[in-house]
Design a protein around this ligand. Structure first.
Ligand code: NDP
Length: 323
């Protein structure tokens, strides 16, 4: 089968299209014929060797995808060959076939296309845990969504609105802010607007947002704290700037702020939280209240370009690769 292989870490163009063996599903695993792969910022960080876990080479990138079950390993029950599924695994999706643990199969409504299903697991589960499980947002509260036109950003806006929250969306261009407004953002602010902090404060009645979904890091982290309401929460989800952030504990104390980290991989081991998230997300998708936003779509051979466009902030919605 054709698949992308990374033999040394670095910029996206270290990935090469190769002829690889079709993987066998071992005990408790399922093999899926891949139809669409969702590309995450984390995939690009992993190829660069800058992700939260060590990247071991050689490997095939790709953690979330959708397709059709092709073979079922021993000890797997309740998964039929031919079933259409979305999957969340560790690696290996950028290929014609991928193997995942049966536990990595995510229920998705059959109404979704393969690309929509591949755009769903990482962004929507992360947004759910940020808003609900860790953010504990309640009706009418303000949430600040950064990188609002991206995969996680678009998921966060839609979910926040479905949860009756008010949204301030930030992004780097007017086109991206247009997209955020179309998805329901109440107020939009350009990421580099010199008056951005005041604008967020004004929009939120002078208080700041009760919840800030922080994905940029570096100097922006300090700013996120100043745009958070007293007793509000900052959920640290990403560090797209790849810069170190300064945290002055006194600032947290003075305004009773809470800063919480969120990594989806470790949240997935909380089976109760995952079950609750899956139930609510599946209902919201089935009722059409939220729709995974499919972004630009690339062929497998153009994987490096897809990753680079994501890193260069050229994309909106979820970047998709079709093997
Ligand atoms: P996106 O589709 O959101 O693309 C990344 C976006 O980040 C860009 O379009 C850009 O939007 C914004 N950005 C801000 N600063 C930079 C920068 N210096 N370099 C590049 N991009 C920048 O990607 P994802 O939805 O995959 O991820 C968004 C963030 O959420 C990432 O930081 C990612 O690591 C994190 N994440 C974390 C998860 C977790 O479990 N903790 C799970 C999912 C995502 P703009 O141009 O508008 O600024």
């Amino acid at each position: 089968m054709r698949g992308m292989l990374v033999e040394r870490l670095g910029a996206p163009d270290v990935m090469e299209l190769r002829e690889l063996p079709v993987p066998e599903p071992g005990q408790g695993h399922v093999r899926v014929k891949v139809e669409a792969v969702g590309i995450n910022f984390a995939d690009a960080l992993a190829v660069a060797g800058e992700y939260l876990t060590r990247t071991r080479v050689p490997y095939t990138p790709g953690m979330e995808f959708a397709g059709t079950v092709d073979a079922v390993g021993e000890g797997v029950s309740g998964v039929q060959s031919g079933a259409r599924v979305a999957c969340l695994g560790g690696t290996g999706a950028l290929a014609e076939y991928a193997v995942v643990p049966a536990a990595g199969i995510i229920p998705v409504p059959q109404s979704l296309s393969a690309a929509q299903a591949a755009a769903f697991p990482v962004s929507y589960f992360t947004a759910y845990h940020a808003l609900r499980t860790l953010g504990q947002a309640t009706d009418g509260q303000w949430v600040l969504v950064q990188a609002a036109a991206g995969a996680l950003g678009t998921a966060s806006i839609q979910l926040a609105k479905a949860m009756s929250l008010q949204v301030v969306a930030m992004a780097s261009t007017e086109e991206k802010l247009d997209m955020a407004r179309r998805l329901g953002a109440d107020v939009t602010v350009l990421q580099d607007d010199p008056e951005r902090v005041q604008k967020v404060k004004e929009a939120t009645g002078g208080r700041g947002a009760a919840l800030v979904l922080e994905v940029v890091g570096g100097a922006r982290f300090q700013e996120s704290l100043s745009m958070t309401a007293t007793r509000g929460r900052v959920i640290v989800i990403g560090n797209a700037s790849r810069e170190t952030a300064l945290l002055h504990p006194a600032e947290l104390m003075k305004r009773n702020l809470t800063v919480t980290g969120l990594w989806l991989t470790s949240m997935m081991s909380d089976l109760e939280a995952t079950r609750e998230a899956a139930q609510e997300l599946t209902q919201l998708i089935a009722s059409g209240q939220v729709t995974p936003q499919v972004g630009p779509t690339y062929a497998l051979a153009d994987s490096a370009r897809a990753f680079q466009d994501l890193l260069d902030r050229k994309t909106t919605g979820k970047v998709i690769i079709e093997p």
